[in-house]
Structures are given as C-alpha cells and as structure tokens.
Design a binder for this molecule. Sequence first.
Ligand code: 5GP
Length: 193
Amino acid sequence: MKLLEERMLKDGNVLGKDILKVDSFLTHQVDFKLMKEIGKVLAEKYADRGITKVVTIEASGIAPAIYVAEELDVPMIFAKKHKNITMTEDILTAQVYSFTKQVSSTVSISAKFLTSKDRVLIIDDFLANGQAAKGLVDIISQAGAEVVGIGIVIEKSFQAGRQLLEDEGIEVTSLARIKNFNDGKLNFMEADA
Ligand code: 5GP
C-alpha cells in the first residue's frame, strides 16, 4: 500500500536492529484518515469471504481493526491483555510472548463473543514472530470458529511470523512488507495489497 509505505519512510524510526517506531500515526497517536484507507484496502480483499467478526489484540491493533470492521459492517472484538474483574463469564485464553515487551502474558476474549458459526478476520498492527497472531488463532479455534485470514499493517518479513502462520494454512495479507533495515533505512518487498 503505497500511502502507508510513504508514511513509514517519512515518519517511521528504526530502533536497534529490528524495531520500527511508528508512534506518530499508528501505535500511539493515530492518523484516522490513514487508518480508514487501511480499513478499505483490507476489507476489499476479504469482502466476499463471509467474514462475521474482526478480531485483534489490544492496544495498537484496535485502530486499524475498527476501520476494517466498519467497512465489512461486522463487530470488532479485541483480546484483552489483563483480566478484568468485570469478566465474570466464560473466557477463552492463550499465552502470548510479546516481542516488544519481552514478557509472556495471558490474553483473553469472552466466550460469548465468538461462536462456531463465526468466520473471523484477524487484524494486527505488526507481524514479527507471529506470537500475537498465533495466540488469537488459538482463542478463535477454542470457540470452534474459523480463521479466514490475517490482515497486517506492517510485516517485518525478516522475522518468522509469516512462515509460522502460513505453515498452519492461514492466509496472510500485509499492506507493507519490510525486507530489512539496512543502515537504519527501510527496504520494502512487494506487499500483498
Ligand atoms: P509478534 O507477536 O508477531 O512477534 O509481534 C507482534 C506484536 O508485537 C504486535 O502486536 C506489535 O504490538 C508488537 N511489535 C512487533 N514488532 C514491532 C515493531 O517493530 N514496532 C512496534 N511498534 N511494535 C512491534
């Protein structure tokens, strides 16, 4: 997605050898116009696939996911990273190791929001080693629902996430694919949409 790649080149900052900071438009301050475009492109790709729910993980997946859900006209559910005392009903959980925070946490979705009839599109801001997405696939499978695909805003293609998900037979659609960060500069490979 050209608009996204241009914005990453303009406002993204490479930290160390494998982290991209995009807090001015995606992970902290949010550019809703860009998110709306992202929502349109991902929704168009999955428009005729019978999606009934969009699922993401808090916090940075929520902004793109809500616009995908709006375009597809289906509910958006975000997995919670902290158990809340109001979550008294049945919950579906998975362990997720966070690449950026380097800690493992339990993520959960209330069982009442997913059924075996659901066809789910997972959305996330970044794909690195695939642990966040894998945790969501795990939760959705516990509900007996089907994962139709995974839409990613920024894929770091030099990490193992895409392979891990494709090995499980899941289609990955990434709007920007980073081949490497040579000398702190972003180099892209061809994106999926
Ligand atoms: P994974 O689970 O695929 O290893 O990592 C995905 C999650 O880690 C994303 O939900 C995102 O929050 C975070 N993440 C991974 N890599 C980056 C990165 O380079 N920059 C930022 N801002 N977040 C990242």
